[in-house]
Design a protein around this ligand. Structure first.
Ligand code: SAM
Ligand code: SF4
Length: 336
């Protein structure tokens, strides 16, 4: 490989974290993420598992230390464990610090032990409600019991679990304390996410769904003393400790506050497009470079050229009761 310097963007941010969407498909149809009748990409557009490995490995050779596999639902991609097994060699060599994934949990009962065998230590499981009916309404196609079994399987396999909950005004505002105590009982960290304007979601209205985490945080202070924690993962999440219980709670607030200045990540779609920012349309086609060359040097050069174009930040804004900075692509395409 070339001896180009590691990945540093124009704002002096070192890029050490790659999120990879391995499929745009999913076994759920969450109301804030997809429309009910989603059209998915033709299969031939997708990178093969071997191509995904080659691309991820090129990033790792250039200093990426953390890989998060996401989607769509990553665990519904056919033969996905082949990819995990193969990419885990970089954990063994020490070139990669962390291999992890974000999942809706539906397939964890089947795969949790295999993931651990591939060096995965932590998973983020998305779960917005503990009420079976509401769960069915939010995910349209999902069953709560299956996800709860997935959470149990992950814990039994020794995975550390973080729950990601999208804050939804009408759907889970009333479950704030229930979610907190469920997570506390099982020893799970909990992070809340603001609804972002990503992709067409049919008849649903995101302004109706949006529950600002500023308001959620204010609600929490009526019961708990919140202490800010200094830790970050270079992303938009910020953490507090609830002094009364010791529980850690995260807030991902791209809408009401962004933390672009410390951004350390880029995102690769399942078709090999590199998005340097979740909230901007700019993209670089790495699939074309990958397929045009058998050696990795042009690919590494294209990765560096892409990082040199990483924008300063996104423009999401829900203020004044209108949505600004909206993205046409879905989260499931870019990978959440
Ligand atoms: N299917 C997996 C899952 O649900 O965890 C991984 C992909 S999903 C796109 C990743 C995360 O993005 C989930 O936590 C989901 O709740 C979140 N998400 C999806 N659409 C979103 C949106 N419009 N705004 C905020 N978060 C969103
Ligand atoms: Fe699927 Fe995850 Fe999107 Fe829900 S949030 S539809 S589980 S990709």
């Amino acid at each position: 490989m070339t001896t180009l310097p590691k990945l540093i963007d124009p704002y002096a941010r070192a890029i050490t974290y790659l999120r990879v969407s391995v499929t745009d498909r999913c076994d759920f149809r969450c109301v804030y993420c997809m429309s009910e009748n989603m059209t998915f990409l033709p299969k031939k557009e997708l990178l093969s598992l071997e191509e995904l490995d080659r691309l991820c490995s090129a990033f790792i050779s250039q200093g990426v230390r953390k890989l998060r596999i996401t989607g769509g639902e990553p665990l519904v991609r056919k033969n996905i464990m082949t990819f995990f097994k193969s990419i885990s060699r970089h954990i063994e060599t020490g070139d990669l610090d962390e291999l992890t994934l974000t999942t809706n949990g539906s397939q964890l009962k089947r795969y949790a032990a295999d993931l651990v065998a591939c060096g995965v230590k932590r998973v983020n499981i998305s779960l917005d409600t503990l009420d079976a009916e509401k769960f069915a309404k939010i995910t349209r196609w999902g069953r709560l019991a299956q996800v709860l079994e997935g959470v149990d399987a992950a814990l039994a396999a020794g995975l550390k679990v973080k729950i990601n909950t999208v804050a939804l005004k009408d759907d889970n505002q009333d479950e704030l304390y229930k979610m907190l105590s469920w997570c506390a009982d099982l020893g799970l960290d909990l992070t809340f996410i603001e609804v972002m304007p990503m992709g067409d979601i049919g008849n649903e209205d995101r302004l109706d769904q949006y529950w600002s985490l500023k308001d959620l945080r204010t609600e929490l202070t009526t019961r708990y003393t919140l202490s800010d924690l200094s830790e970050t993962t270079g992303g938009p999440a910020r953490y507090v400790r609830l002094e009364e219980t010791g529980q850690k709670v995260g807030f991902i607030t791209p809408m009401s506050h962004n933390f672009c200045e410390s951004c350390n990540r880029v995102r690769l779609t399942c078709t090999g497009q590199l998005f340097q920012c979740l909230g901007q349309e700019d993209e670089v086609d790495l699939r074309q470079v990958l397929r045009a060359h058998e050696t990795d040097t042009p690919l590494v050069e294209a990765i560096h050229a892409a990082i040199a174009l990483k924008p300063k930040g996104h423009d999401f804004d829900y203020s004044r009761q209108k949505i600004a900075g909206e993205m046409t692509r879905h989260m499931s395409h870019t990978g959440g």
